[in-house]
Design a protein around this ligand. Structure first.
Ligand SMILES: [Zn+2]
Length: 385
């Protein structure tokens, strides 16, 4: 059947072995070129038995116009395009003119063929194989780089996929914002990204899992973050060296740096972790050790209804969030101060939990004390995950 069909096709269309074999791509093993050659070989044996002239491979294939002969030339172009880029894995995509795809489909329809594959799929595979052999690089579904090839215009585009690195940061001093702000020379993001962009030679984007205010330190095990490096020209980078460079800033420290997938990066950023805080509370009207003790007891296990704080109302949607305080401990400092160590849901604003934010946070430390209280200093001790 195959040979019979092939005979009818070749009497009407001048096809190369690639294009002939590709019509039967779903049958048997091997390359389309091998398939085409084998079919033509058997077909011509039968034709010779019937004293018919052989149907040789044409000078110029009417379907692909011998595009497969351009593979070595395109491999050279791909090597040039990726010369200065560090990568291990790649993928090839190709763009074929509409008229070629149409011509191919019309042959499928003419002969009712259901075993074919499209030309660009074979071309991608063969070009990928040739590039892999020439360079020792491997193809992957999740490649470092992607080549987009236009075989007829000989155009080669290169797309460099991003690198994601997970880490945790500690902010050791007050007075630096997490991301750049006017009037601040440095930010956590700029200190971290400086080291990453110079090592990876790409554009670094910093994303923290939540944030703390400018005047709040981030201590303990640090806050999770992701850096995405766009179009990196280097990939095999020593993360320990990057950590060393950042840590020498004396302002920000990073730990646990490791490479992650895009999916893992997304997960790190969307998880809402419980947090442990240490707040220094100021009570102008004075506070006794017993009162401080009592407040901590009442806070433990309490549900807080917190309307978006007044100070961030322009940046965040105005709504009431319900968050829980899991643990609270107090330590009396002097007649105007006590310390509060808290473990709460992520996303609870602690300064407002203490002040009450003019009734927008209920209940608050001020409510529980029966007198105004302020958060004088705040540290994030730990992110619990
Ligand atoms: Zn062809």
């Amino acid at each position: 059947m195959i040979v019979e069909n092939a005979g009818e096709i070749l009497e009407r269309h001048h096809l190369c072995n690639h294009c002939l074999g590709r019509l039967f791509a779903k049958l048997g093993k091997g390359t389309n070129e091998e398939r085409g050659r084998a079919i033509r070989f058997v077909l011509n044996m039968e034709r010779s038995a019937k004293s018919l002239p052989p149907l040789e491979e044409p000078e110029k294939c009417e379907l692909c116009r011998n595009v497969f002969e351009r593979i070595p030339e395109l491999v050279e172009k791909m090597k040039e395009a990726s010369e200065s880029i560090e990568f291990e894995t790649f993928l090839v995509g190709s763009r074929f003119p509409e008229e070629i795809k149409e011509r191919e489909k019309s042959i499928w329809m003419e002969f009712g063929i259901e075993t074919a594959e499209p030309i660009n799929r074979e071309f991608n595979r063969e070009l990928g194989k040739a590039f892999g052999e020439a360079t020792g690089k491997e193809t992957s579904r999740n490649p470092d780089i992607v080549f987009i090839v236009e075989p007829f215009s000989r155009k080669v585009e290169l797309q460099i996929n991003p690198v994601y690195v997970y880490g945790r940061y500690r902010k050791l001093i007050r007075g630096i914002p997490q991301t750049p702000l006017p009037d601040f020379e440095d930010s956590v993001a700029s200190i971290i990204c400086r080291a990453f962009s110079s090592a990876f030679r790409g554009k670094c984007i910093f994303k923290g899992a939540g944030r703390e205010d400018v005047d709040v330190r981030m201590l303990g095990n640090g806050r999770p973050f992701i850096v995405e490096i766009k179009e990196p020209r280097r990939r095999r980078v020593n993360l320990k060296e990057i950590a060393g460079e950042i840590n020498s800033s004396g302002k920000v420290e990073v730990l646990n740096l490791r490479f992650v997938s895009a999916k893992e990066a997304e997960e790190v950023l969307t998880k809402n972790h419980k947090k442990e805080y240490l707040a220094l509370v100021l009570v102008e009207e004075r506070v006794t050790p017993e009162e401080a003790e009592e407040v901590a007891k009442k806070l433990t296990g309490l549900e807080i209804h917190q309307r978006t704080p007044w100070r961030v109302r322009k940046a965040r949607a105005d709504k009431v969030r319900i968050k829980k305080v899991y643990e609270a401990e107090s330590r009396w400092v002097d007649e105007k101060h006590f310390e509060l160590r808290l473990i709460t849901d992520g996303g609870l604003y602690i300064k407002e939990l203490i002040s009450g934010d003019r009734g927008r946070t209920k209940p608050s430390v001020s409510d529980l004390l029966g007198k105004p209280a302020w958060c004088e200093r705040l540290d994030v001790l730990n992110i619990l995950d």
